[in-house]
Design a protein around this ligand. Structure first.
Ligand code: DGY
Length: 322
């Protein structure tokens, strides 16, 4: 029997590509250049499965042709780049890769928090530019982290892992907002306490970290009004999705000193990053590195392989989201 034909939109770590190729008739995007909409549509019309990732856009229109694909095995936990309802309407299954990137994404949020608090990016830029003239009691003084309040928006796996790091690792107090109530005993296990609204969390926090999904329901959750609710000396950390923050409003808030700084790993129009952000000293900017470790990216690939294998063996894929 012929093996299912699979198209992978971007290169994966070698170990995961190798396992995929053992099981399926695989076509790779050898040059690893992001695909255009027509190229994605072409792949959907020619292959039994397409394995996309966050750098691909799959709006409803790409599913309108003579689609052959029966499953989209997304490489990544976030899937707001896929119109899942439109895929589902065409009978196409969608899966993601939860769990395996929890620690690394929480670590990266911590890296951003520490960097903005302690002016890490700024200090490195100064030193590399040969502008550091030696230690002094007032040189690049930052903000202490221990004893401060961190507010988490979205208390899923990554939000919880981040809470643990903040509380048990760095001696911070933690409050959070989550759409559904979290049992207080469970929350206490992460050193955290739930507050009723997003605004309550923003008003209470010295650092606010976003861990909710992107997409329509959370688009511009952090808008001008919400940014104004934050404490004047507070910092915003975003490792979730760029569209959760109104980037123009954030730039205005940073310029006016409504908040003190921001640590960002994701952007509204990534990979484009606004010139305004790039020239600000009080922001730490990373290029969407949340899950970027050898171990995690390999594990993500293996999860996609598991999902697609289950699907073509007639079993329910473990991580089906649509
Ligand atoms: C994720 O898995 O959602 C990461 O942000 C990469 O897409």
């Amino acid at each position: 029997m012929s093996r299912p034909r699979i198209f992978v939109t971007r290169r994966w770590p070698a170990a995961a590509e190798a396992v995929l190729a053992e099981r399926f008739d695989v076509t790779l995007n050898e040059g690893d250049i992001p695909l255009s909409l027509p190229q994605i549509q072409q792949a959907l019309n020619s292959y039994d499965a397409v394995l996309p990732t966050v750098s691909d856009k799959l709006p409803a229109g790409v599913f309108e042709g003579d689609v052959r694909a029966r499953i989209l095995g997304n490489f990544g936990v976030g899937y707001n780049h896929i119109d899942v309802a439109a895929a589902k309407a065409r009978g196409i299954a969608v899966t993601n890769t939860p769990g395996v990137l929890t620690d690394c994404t929480a670590d990266l949020a911590m890296l951003l928090l520490l960097s903005v608090a302690r002016r890490g990016g700024e200090g490195e830029r100064q030193l590399r530019a040969r502008e550091w003239h030696g230690w002094s009691p007032t040189h690049m003084v930052g903000t202490k982290v221990a004893g401060k309040m961190v507010g988490i928006i979205g208390f899923g796996r990554i939000g919880k892992a981040f809470a643990k790091r903040c509380h048990f690792g760095f001696g911070m107090d933690v409050v959070f907002h989550n759409r559904s109530p979290v049992d207080p005993t469970e929350a206490a296990g992460y050193g955290a306490r739930q507050l009723p609204t997003v605004d309550d969390v923003l008003a209470a926090s010295d650092f606010v970290s976003l861990h909710c999904p992107g997409g329509a329901e959370n688009r511009h959750l952090m808008n001008a009004a919400r940014l104004a609710t934050m404490k004047p000396g507070a910092f915003l950390i975003n490792t979730a999705r760029g569209d959760v923050v109104d980037e123009e409003a954030l730039i205005a808030a940073l310029r006016k000193g409504v908040i003190r700084g921001a640590g960002l790993d994701v952007y509204e129009a990534e990979p484009a990053v606004s010139e305004a952000l790039r020239t600000m000293e009080n922001v730490m900017l990373l290029p969407h590195l949340g899950s970027a470790t050898e171990e995690t990216r390999t594990a993500m690939g293996m999860k996609v392989v598991d999902n697609v294998t289950a699907f073509f063996e007639g079993r329910e894929p473990p991580d089906r989201v649509g």
